[in-house]
Design a protein around this ligand. Structure first.
Ligand code: SF4
Length: 687
């Protein structure tokens, strides 16, 4: 049988795959994001398709039941909570694993029919600081460039990104470009030595959270060397003087780099016009994440190095559909199609398109606050969809308790037993990757179809269908009467055209009349896709920002740094490893992937290990005011003093002690609400 073209369910590179029902998976040579390449996780997908451990029927109170009973219960409980306590008493916590069509109907139900904005997503943990930084600078959450820019650049700067492990195919594309053009320079800015730093020309081991200081120093040097693009700034940018003044108050010493290292960085970045600055979770997952993003954007705006081939800032996102979720409004502070909740015209446009009885009027609870509201009793009914917050959220034990504290909780899941599903009242069985069809958008604005190539097992249903089934039972049958995902896609494609009419960037109205056959044959395409006119490859090369005056904003940002070393206080840095994904519910099924790193570990500097009396292989206890974990010690001089790195993947379901997010404080970036998953303070001891 002919293999089916589909899209990888893991990272935001969004690779195209050729998948067969017998589990054979290959890279799709025709997909323009990966051209047939795959990484270890994508290549092992065939090993993860078995039905062991799957949730195959609805469960209430731990016992199997039929769909009608479960759906009636869920709709009844949510309706009762809204009726008795108001719309803000219910919440959805959704996932970048959802397809855009799933995300869209969940968002429509919460914001237009229930009338609150308490729908947030695990993407809050991934790229919310980038969204906030983009919106401050550009007026819209726009990734200006494409993957091709990385191949066209003369200098690529990777900031807070272990690209070789976390976005491997993109790293492969960079390496291939470097083989063809050895003059291409790769600079990695990361406090840790990683697989990515090994593949770079220059590793700058910036101090933890030193990114703002580093890019402020760069802005000052751009000005000192007379390399500002005056014409671009005068025509398209506000805030230059104020941003320069803030940048100049930053001390170069705050970067943690030597004068020679700083000069080398300045020489390379300023000396080559074709520079792409790629940034990821090391930038986003920080109390100063949004400011870090704007420090990077400031340098590109000051030099006009944006929106032209081979140059620009470039955010790489974590999940297959982190960008699609942003596009359909899956964050608590956004409406569909990049429209703003706070803007009355935007609200009116969305409500009118939805013909909805109401529309939320204020932003909802972001992830950390959402679970706090569960704990405090404000949230009476909670629906978690396709994610495992009892492992992935900071202060994960408290999140688990918060879910238990809610009067009524439900989860839509593919896995029978996760740390989260075991504390919810109702479990609804969802179809998994390979069993459902819908769109995702990757890190370069490319929309691709995930296609079903397996039949839906047991009683599983697609997420969009489950959401619509509940919405219909809540009294909104007509608005949620979709029969297939293409009907949902057409609706939000049409809405995007109206959003573009209000000055928005996200426009796929050229697809608003796509037929069922056209959707089935969908080939990967980058937005914008306006109706009746050609789109653009890149944004902002000639200005045209989304602020009302069409100008960008450089944002003054100041680096703050507490440089004191305190005895036995370590900065906990968490992240991904090469062969696992999130809480391992899929990747953990592959024996091949589990061989790479078989147990949770903590990397620590040799001098710190000496002080703690630690030898390689000893058990290391990590303790904070929030929780405790025990992992295997790995001693390496590739990590900074007074820091410890632990992978994020292990959960209570697969490790008694390695659930590291239980240790992390629920501290957030005050602008984006993104948790500081790389900055928790902990104490260590030999176990
Ligand atoms: Fe999947 Fe990302 Fe690997 Fe591509 S790079 S195969 S999208 S995990």
């Amino acid at each position: 049988m002919k293999p089916v073209c589909t899209t990888c369910p893991y990272c935001g590179v969004g690779c195209g795959l050729l998948a067969s029902g017998d589990g054979s998976i290959k890279g799709d040579p025709d997909h323009p994001s990966n051209f047939g390449r795959l990484c270890s996780k994508g290549a092992a997908l065939g090993e993860t398709l078995g039905l062991e451990g799957r949730l195959l029927s609805p469960h209430v109170g731990g016992a199997p039941t039929d769909w009608d009973s479960a759906l009636d219960l869920v709709a009844g409980k949510f309706s009762a909570a809204v009726r008795e306590h108001g719309p803000d008493s219910v919440a959805f916590y959704v996932s970048g694993q959802l397809l855009s069509e799933d995300y869209y109907v969940a968002n429509k139900l919460m914001k237009g029919f229930i009338g609150a904005a308490n729908i947030d997503t695990n993407s809050r943990l991934c790229m919310a600081s980038t969204v906030a930084g983009h919106k401050r600078a550009f007026g819209s959450d726009t990734v200006s460039g494409t993957y091709e820019d990385l191949e066209l650049a003369d200098v690529i700067v990777l900031v807070g990104s272990n690209l070789a492990w976390c976005h491997p195919v993109l790293f492969q594309r960079i390496q291939a470009a470097k083989s063809e053009r050895p003059g291409l320079k790769i600079i990695t800015i990361d406090p840790r030595r990683t697989a990515t730093t090994h593949g770079s020309d220059l590793h700058l081991a910036v101090r933890p959270d030193g990114d703002t200081a580093l890019f402020n120093s760069l802005l000052g040097e751009i000005v000192r060397r007379g390399r500002v693009d005056q014409a671009y700034v005068e025509a398209h940018v506000h805030g230059f003087e104020q941003s320069l003044s803030a940048a100049q108050s930053t001390l170069p010493a705050d970067t943690g780099l030597s004068a020679e290292e700083l000069q080398l960085f300045h020489d390379l970045w300023i000396g080559s016009e074709k520079v792409v600055t790629v940034f990821s979770q090391g930038v986003n997952q920080s109390v100063g994440g949004t400011d870090k993003v704007n420090a990077i954007l400031n340098c590109h705006l000051a030099t006009g190095r944006i929106g032209r081939p081979g140059m620009g800032p470039f955010s790489v996102t974590g999940q297959p559909n982190a960008m699609g979720g942003r596009e359909v409004g899956g964050l608590a502070n956004m409406l569909a199609c990049h429209l703003d909740i706070e803007d009355a015209d935007h609200r009116k446009t969305v409500q009118s398109a939805w013909q909805s009885p109401t529309i939320c009027t204020k932003p909802g609870l972001k992830a950390v606050d959402l679970f706090r509201a569960c704990a405090s009793g404000q949230i009476k009914a909670l629906w978690v969809m396709g994610t495992n917050p009892a492992v992935s959220m900071p202060d994960a034990d408290a999140v688990s308790q918060a879910i238990k504290a809610v009067d009524f909780s439900v989860i839509s899941e593919v896995v029978e037993q996760t740390d989260t599903s075991t504390v919810t009242d109702v479990q609804l069985p969802a179809t998994a990757w390979g069993e459902k069809t819908g769109t995702v958008t990757n890190s370069e604005r490319r929309i691709s179809l995930q296609r079903a190539f397996l039949s839906a097992p047991g009683e599983t249903r697609p997420d969009w269908k489950i959401i619509c089934d509940v919405a219909q039972r809540m009294g909104w049958a007509e608005a949620f009467s979709y029969q297939s995902p293409v009907e949902i896609f057409r609706e939000y494609a049409a809405l995007s055209g109206q959003a573009a009419g209000l000055g928005g960037d996200f426009d796929i109205s050229g697809l608003a009349t796509i037929s069922e056959a056209g959707y089935a044959e969908f080939t990967p395409v980058q937005w914008p896709i306006p109706s009746g006119s050609p789109g653009v490859d890149r944004f902002f090369g000639a200005g045209g920002f989304s602020h009302r005056d069409k100008r960008a904003r450089m944002v003054p940002v100041i680096a703050t740094y507490d440089g004191r070393r305190r005895r036995n206080i370590f900065q906990l840095n968490t992240g991904r490893i090469r062969d696992q994904w999130h809480t391992m519910t899929r990747s953990g099924k592959s024996p091949r992937l589990s061989q790479h790193q078989s147990e949770p570990f903590g990397e620590i500097h040799p001098k710190d290990a000496d002080e703690l009396g630690l030898k390689p292989g000893d058990l290391l206890e990590i303790q904070s005011a929030y929780g405790r974990a025990v992992v295997r010690a790995r001693i390496t001089d590739g990590i900074a003093r007074s820091t410890v790195f632990v992978p994020m993947h292990w959960s209570g379901a697969n490790s008694a002690t390695g659930r590291i997010n239980a240790v992390i404080a629920p501290t957030i970036d005050p602008i984006s609400g993104q948790p500081d998953l790389k900055g928790g303070l902990v104490q260590l001891r030999r176990f």
